[in-house]
Design a protein around this ligand. Sequence first.
Ligand SMILES: [Zn+2]
Ligand SMILES: [Zn+2]
Length: 336
Amino acid sequence: MASTTAIPDLDRLRPAGTKRSSKRDLIVNAFLKQEGHLSADDLVVLIKREDERISRATVYRTLQWMEEAGIARKVDFGEGRFRFEHSYRHPRHFHLICKTCKRSYEFLSSDIESLVEEVAAARAFTANQSVVQIYGTCESCTTGRAPEEPANSELLFARDALRIAIATERSGMEFYGRGVKLVKDPRAREVFRKLATEEVHHLKTLEARYDNLLKQDPLLESRPTFLFFKGAANGLFAAGTDQLRRDGVDDLEAYRIGIRCERGSHRFFKRYGERFEDSEGKQVFLEFAEEEREHLELLIREYRALVKRQRASGHKPRATERARGGARGKTRSRHA
Ligand SMILES: [Zn+2]
Ligand SMILES: [Zn+2]
């Protein structure tokens, strides 16, 4: 796994005016090759193995510098000493900590994050860091099975982000496929067909990307989940597809459902993409958010054009639309 860890450009990170230090480079490289959470003493042992002339003080100083330069992150597992993990291209995460073997396992959860945000917002608290640590006994200590080798969390993050993006594209494809069969207006049918085709294309791109990722680590598929997204597990369009199945959904309503799905999907990917630190997973999310925004804009344009066309042709709204109120439909389109 070590070979896939990207090494930052140390010259760029080195503070201005600091001269090149081969000792420091050796320490930084040794640190970055490790997955998991090292104490300063663990790192000293590791470095001494490579070059015993490097002093403890130099290792400590370098760790401090790495923390300031954003290469290392301090974590406190309540052992009375800090541990360090690398933060370069390594998304922020939570930890499961085994009290028996002292190993720690990393994960992320969108549901925990939104809950934390909700609580902070309700108390008008500006949060800049939250730490979630779950103490207990790990699977390996419970079952006696060999422990999981620490994996590269950048790869795990990318894997799980791609899985969610793929589930979303799949559910989007189903949604638009269903829409094509449902809508009556020929142009609306074209729009839904175009979007269904685009989702198929995106899906292929994402799947190719996923396959590429798997080549970097043959065990990647079988590694435990890193990123938990309960709310999005079935694809963000699944609820929309159910709504399309209801009675009395006409073309305008189909557009409105599509707009809601695309908007939800765009927000979701943008929000998470922006929150994560530089990584392949972040890239996937931000690209995806951009594509969903384009779909959203197209749907809004087409929705408005259809409203206009229907008015021009003296179209009488259906019973369901009348019940909902024409004025409300208009307001919605303005918000759209
Ligand atoms: Zn354990
Ligand atoms: Zn960690």
